[in-house]
Ligand binder design. Sequence first.
Ligand SMILES: O=P(O)(O)OC[C@H]1O[C@H](OP(=O)(O)OP(=O)(O)O)[C@H](O)[C@@H]1O
Ligand code: HPA
Ligand SMILES: [Mg+2]
Length: 159
Amino acid sequence: MAAPHYFTVTWDQLHRDSKALAWRLLERGPWKGVVAITRGGLIPAAIVARELECRMIETVSVITYDEEDRGEPKMVKAPVAAGDGTGWLLVDDLVDTGTTARLVRGVLPGAHFATIYAKPAGKPLVDTFVTEVSQDTWILFPWDTEVQFVAPIAKSAPR
Ligand SMILES: O=P(O)(O)OC[C@H]1O[C@H](OP(=O)(O)OP(=O)(O)O)[C@H](O)[C@@H]1O
Ligand code: HPA
Ligand SMILES: [Mg+2]
């Protein structure tokens, strides 16, 4: 079922929020490298790695959702270079239920887990985040959306 609220994030907003995350992480470093949780963590991880001047990038690939439907999380690619994660920064776009975070923390228990957005159910699993949104909000990321025409209010509002 579709979420009752949507929170649309533009590319500009995502860049600003990713830089805000980098500011918070700067004082917690230095970091051996960044592990991006693909695919959603790839762009936030790239921005954070650029700001922290970190060139060692690793990935862990997890599939949990098909559009807004949650399934069993599947790790389709494990990290190879990050050991147990100690000294590494683990980056995702958000935590929602915490399902993905729980799986990845299981393989990288020493990593510092950072996300841009956090919903209440997943928040306890994150070490550093920027913005909290309510559990019934679906975050629309810029890579999942496009700008399009909308009808004038006078035409679309119920009378
Ligand atoms: O806290 P959770 O309930 O696990 O939800 C958060 C995860 O869900 C999304 O990934 P998704 O499985 O949609 O894959 P994607 O990153 O490839 O889009 C998002 O990027 C997080 O990784
Ligand atoms: O709110 C969300 N937005 C996009 N992807 C997601 N995956 C889990 N929750 C979300
Ligand atoms: Mg993801």
